[in-house]
Design a protein. Structure first.
Lengths: 224, 347
């Protein structure tokens, strides 16, 4: 496995390792294809022993669902950040969920656009300071899973977990993949870590996740 | 290939048949005039399809299908074509065969909905790259069929994206197609790098500038090699021509008719008609343009010089011939327009 290109303390490699473990346990490594959005997600392109490809920012969902339509036996995983999913890629994600496309979308929520320097994302929390909200973000954050819950078809699976809970991450990913195998749409949002853009040390990074994020973004199963 | 030797059908029907005969598995599309009938016609034939939420999703749908090993295509126009350039650029960058049928409409913006030749530059150079794509411009229903087949074959053979550039007049009107004049061709095979368990990591973004430079230079070498086979043009009565007309698409069809009439009057005029706008058949054009008999070169098009720009860019700078232009952005150019324009320039 190549050395991770993610920053020290990043949540991405934890989420990816959880994904890798589940694929391995389910015997699906060879059938899996991991499509990557642009943003920090793109760094996952040679990280796991599965087929991967990179796309454009916000475009991994429509690319991945077409891959699935072409190769129904593949395990299709669309991996993106909160911006790629809930801002520039929202229209496609929303309609993929509405149509019950049998793919698994993995959203990494770190409340900011990390690759470009920590700007405001749809998930930025009220009062959170970023380079594009220097006085604190005035709006409420976007809750993608809660909105999708109301439009998905029966059988779809939507959940939110956090990268400091390995057991829950693995359980939710497994359920999401099983949902895809049953022919339905699934999405798991991961509350992640970004000490570089949060300007936090180790303990404060985990504190930000536990005390700031988790009260705003409730972890648990949301649909299915 | 159909049993009957001639059919009276629309351009959209011709495109659907050509895409199917080319081995297209699926169409991703979003309705926009004048290409709606391709999408609805394809769906009504019962072929695999997805009407997406916008052209962006349609384009990336084509990319996803192609990544998985299918032959896929889309069709659009104007503002939809602009959105499709997002995915088309990815196809160019990742060397994905991608076929896009473009029915040009008047621009800029939403413009008019049926006709123009204003999407030439967008087709040829619409991405944030070097324009390594193939662009075909048919002049007749027969050619609409054969160039659509060729677009698929070239795209899959050389792994560059391809545009079949036409317009709403061609797609929406009914005309005669003569099947006996169309040579059947063998389809290029499909491919995928992402077969199960291949453990392939297919990049679209590069960390090092040198890495991308190398990638683009390899692409350039491949494109140049492909261009020598892909670039094509038709010449009509150019051997003794004093006036060399340059036109593409249905304007070239008008030009041909005008030339027949002009020749009857003794005007020595010939036509150079690029059937691929990119790559442009440079050598053939230089030869035709540098012919001693040629005194003037006339470029006729339904845009303000998009074809002329390509001609000037590609033409050998040593060739010094006067030019004149008939440019009617988003307006049809009729036989009489060309007839009069040639006569005016034959003094």
């Amino acid at each position: 496995m190549p050395e991770a290109k993610f920053c020290v303390g990043c949540g991405h490699p934890i989420a990816l390792m959880a994904l890798n473990k589940v694929l391995d346990e389910m015997g699906l490594t060879k059938k899996a294809v991991l499509g990557l959005d642009i943003g920090c997600s793109l760094l996952a392109w040679n990280y796991l022993p599965v087929n991967t490809f990179q796309t454009h920012h916000g475009r991994v969902t429509p690319t991945m669902l077409a891959f699935k339509r072409a190769r129904p036996g593949s395990i299709c995983l669309a991996y993106a950040g909160d911006g790629g999913s809930y801002a520039i890629g929202w229209q496609s994600l929303f309609h993929a969920a509405r149509r019950d496309e049998p793919i698994t979308v993995i959203v990494i929520n770190n409340t900011i656009y990390a690759m470009t320097g920590g700007q405001t994302a749809p998930t930025t929390m009220h009062g959170e300071k970023t380079p594009t909200s220097p006085n604190g973000y005035p709006d409420e954050p976007f809750h993608g899973p809660e909105i999708l819950k109301d439009i998905v078809k029966p059988g779809a699976y939507i959940a939110r977990t956090a990268v400091n809970d390995m057991a829950q991450m693995r359980m939710f990913i497994k359920k999401a993949i099983e949902t895809q195998q049953a022919g339905h749409f699934s999405l798991v949002e991961f509350l992640s870590l970004c000490p570089v853009n949060w300007h936090t040390n180790g303990p404060d990074t985990l504190k930000f996740l536990e005390e700031n994020m988790k009260p705003v973004f409730k972890v648990g199963e949301i649909a299915g | 290939m159909k049993e009957s030797k001639r059919d009276f059908i629309t351009g959209a029907e011709v495109v659907i048949k050509a895409c199917r005969d080319a081995g297209a598995d699926i169409m991703y599309g979003y309705p926009i005039t004048p290409t709606c009938e391709i999408l609805s016609g394809w769906i009504n034939e019962g072929y695999a399809s997805l009407q997406t939420e916008d052209e962006i999703a349609a384009g990336f749908g084509v990319c996803g299908a192609v990544l998985a090993g299918q032959k896929a295509f889309t069709a659009s126009s104007g503002p939809g074509h602009i959105l499709l350039q997002d995915a088309f650029a990815m196809a160019e960058g990742m060397r994905l065969p991608f076929v896009m049928i473009v029915g040009q409409r008047g621009g800029p913006s939403s413009g008019t909905v049926i006709y123009s030749q204003q999407e030439v530059m967008l087709s040829c150079f619409g991405g944030n790259g070097e324009g390594m794509r193939f662009v075909y411009s048919p002049s007749s229903l027969n050619e609409l069929y054969s160039l659509t087949r060729l677009a698929f074959n070239d795209a899959w053979k050389y792994r560059f994206p391809a545009v079949l550039l036409t317009d709403g007049y061609m797609l929406k009107t009914t005309g005669v197609i003569e099947w006996e004049k169309i040579k059947d061709v063998e389809n290029s095979p499909t491919f995928t790098r992402l077969s199960d368990g291949a453990n392939v990591h297919w990049p679209n973004i590069y960390t090092a500038e040198e890495e991308l430079y190398e990638e683009v230079m390899v692409m350039n070498k491949d494109y140049k090699k492909a261009a020598s086979k892909v670039a094509k043009a038709e010449e009509y009565l150019t051997k003794d021509a004093k006036i060399l007309l340059v036109a593409h698409g249905i304007v070239a069809a008008s030009a041909k008719e005008a030339i027949v009439e002009l020749r009857k009057k003794g005007v020595k005029v010939g036509l150079f008609r690029p059937t691929t706008l990119r790559p442009f058949s440079k050598k053939q054009f230089d030869k035709a343009a540098s012919n001693k008999s040629v005194k003037k070169i006339l470029v006729a098009e339904s845009s303000l010089g998009q074809l002329a720009r390509i001609v000037h860019d590609e033409m050998d700078p040593e060739i010094c011939k006067p030019f004149a232009y008939l440019q009617k952005p988003a307006l049809g150019i009729e036989i009489e327009d060309i007839y009069n324009f040639v006569l005016k320039n034959n003094k």
